[in-house]
Design a protein around this ligand. Sequence first.
Ligand code: PLP
Length: 387
Amino acid sequence: MKPVYFDHAATTPLHPEVLKAMLPYLEDHFGNASSPHSYGQEAARAVEQAREEIASLINADSREIIFTGSGTEADNFALKGIVEKLKSRGHRIITSSIEHHAVEVTCRYLEKKGFEVTYLPVDKDGLVPPEELKKALTEQTILVSIMHANNEVGTIEPIKELAKVAHEKGVLFHTDAVQTVGSIPVDVKELGVDLLSLSAHKFYGPKGVGALYLRKGVAIEPFIHGGGQERGLRSGTTNVPGIVGLGKAAKLAKEELKERMEHNIALRERMIKGLEECLSDYILTGHRRQRLPGNVSLCVHYIEGESMLLLLNTEGFACSSGSACTSGSLEPSHVLLAMGIGPQLAQGSLRITLGRENREEDVDRFLEVLPRVVERLRRMSPFKAQK
Ligand code: PLP
């Protein structure tokens, strides 16, 4: 039997309706969206419809959407494109210490290119305090990039307040909303952001397609040079089936958002309550309420997360110990360390991310399995011996 999938923050299964919408564009409607003939025009129309759908989901104008090859690409585009454009005005960037590698590693690269990056601290719940941003802004700051919600612990950041602080100093604000678009309401006008990244595969769309929201009037340097697609900002033959899938996933997310959130919150709370009753020596991580609907994350004392994941997989549950990229590395998560969790406890991290196909029975069975797995690992734990 296939394990129960509890790793929706890493990726989600394709929604059957999304697959259905994509298939004609992998078969009959294979045209190049830049071609003037009817094959091309048909593809171009589908791409523009998808642009409308994604814009409608985040309350943007369709002309403010640029399709990219992933959320990572949208983050790279936002950061590199803006600092390249504004480098004559200043050389400072502000971000947080809990960003996804897509932003963090891009910032490290920009440091090598001569930019100065400030990594804002977070509190014990993973929140970036707006006062810290206020203190860090200088005349030289050209961009602030802070994620909308953290992919490991699920904390939702106070983006509206943070963007306001940046704007008071006339500084552009980007948010990596890869974990929030399609999971909670995201309204670019309400948040007041200038740029926002999103990715289709986090909300039941296909992998390898994302988008950057670029507020009208914000100038950016082109990211990929070539045939001039995406208004000359991101060249490359248009990924029509992928974009159609993104559009359909956005439409479904808009229609089903409330229901999906209620479903995930109910399962999350069942899981958290169940953990209190069946597990000892652990802490929940992330903000208790201001968090993603489907995220349950914890650190279990005296064990090592990777062994826990392997045993859980053999017992029928696919979970994660953090982000998909940090899983597999034995380094403790930079997110947990930034939240003040010690390296040893951080090694025992476990992330369960719920989704639309999960059921109460899955949660209940998990609550029976987890304590057994933890007990077994603790019996052979070198950490426990040091207690
Ligand atoms: N940003 C965040 C917060 C993420 O969680 C992820 C994926 O895990 C990404 C960016 C990268 O998105 P993609 O997988 O589309 O490159």
